[in-house]
Design a protein around this ligand. Sequence first.
Ligand SMILES: [Zn+2]
Length: 527
Amino acid sequence: MSVAKSFAISLLGLAGTLIEIEAEISSNLPSFVLVGLPDASLSESKDRVRAAIQNSSLKMPARRVTVNLSPASVPKQGASFDLSIAVAILAATSEISHHSVRNFIHLGELGLDGSVRSVAGVLPSLLSAKSLGFSRAIVPAANLAEAKLVSDIEVIGVHSLAEVANVHGANLVIREPEQIAATVLEPNLAENSNLENLDISDILGQADAIRALTVAAAGGHHLLMVGPPGAGKTMLAERLPTLLPNLPLAQALETTAVLSIADHRRSAVVALNGLVERPPFEAPHHSASVSSLVGGGVGLPRPGLISTANNGVLFLDEAPEFQLPVLEALRQPLESGEVLINRSAGTARFPAKFQLVLAANPCPCGRSFGQARGCTCSEVAKRKYANKLSGPLLDRIDIRLAISAANAGQMALDLEAAQENQMTSKQLRQQVQCARELAADRLSATPWSLNVQVPGSYLRKQLRLATEVTQPIDRALAKGKISMRGYDRCLRLAWSIADLAGCDQPRREHIVEAAYLRGSDSPMVGV
Ligand SMILES: [Zn+2]
């Protein structure tokens, strides 16, 4: 056999295309040619494949080797084709069975010593392979936890090319795993494990803010906190994910798939831990660029932080300090729950259903609260600062909360009460879970499952409440004290508050609390 083929998957975003790898051995002078739109990183694969074959007690043919990756029009990037190229060559020289090779999808990067290293995007690749009718795959052992998330596909995890050759009928002596170079670089998990230890009961003297976070968690509402530096806005935002229930399987798979192709650190965490069940939390610095937030990359499109925060929380601290194009770029994903990224290699669609939490100081210097003592900002500077958060972005924010620094007396009281009745994240998370189930039942005949997704017209018509219940906001609307959008936000929040209380409909007191949480139409003024 001088021609053989193997199969791999090329990803564009989360969508995979089947790539057929043909290897041909001809009797010309020894050389190694790779054709079919390979990028620079893929061209280096020639050297890795040659060395890996030679160092695995296998024979690299001393003739002309031509490897063609088709379809040629599909862009291919990265090192994950190494393994499929190597097995195609070995099958063409009859070192291994070419029948066996064709039944598998092969994913993996090769080390020069013949080891198989972890690659990004194993989960989305195998989901694509399954939909293309493949039922078997060979993946790096380091990616096995991630690969096993795909049901109905038999996965073999391997440490070395020799192990792969044995799967396909070779009979090589396998070296002990410790003799093979480490196949996974230990990711830095410190960042995540710190977040796992957070609890809402760490926060003292902010009962109102904790209540607002709980309502936000129940309905998936976006949230703005305005308050002076040191009021604990970041502490609060970091603890919102602790109030959110575990992700349902479909969402967990979607989140895991995005993280698996996001960047080296995130994909290594996924490879190691498998399914991401907890909602992710992303908190970019205010110097972040549009492409780091929304997505971008050179050549192939890569997901940004709004997509790695998919089904979780995106926190923008000091939100008015972000560049205006960054804030504007959030509007469309907030509307549609996804983002399209165009790059030279093609257009990718990434999910971006995140819960947005914004924090802002009341003015650029941060001292304009209460008596505004020591604030040095000019009126123009204050207005410019506040205006960055105006308009269409704020329209999507249901909860606008003024936060003041907790006073020492209240903290002392809370400390006393802490042992007795301060709720922990776990307790609140259970309430949130029950509230979400009530909402999902009510909305089961609609495309929505969370209150945040329900449009105003549906709230006013299909979910119409008795006039004696809505009277407080009806009156405010008639007097022009709130806008129509503000009115809808009150209704939306009232449903989340009622769901938390276990009521089948909002009552008057729920409307009143909603009107408080809704805050003002211009939340940056008058804090
Ligand atoms: Zn100021």
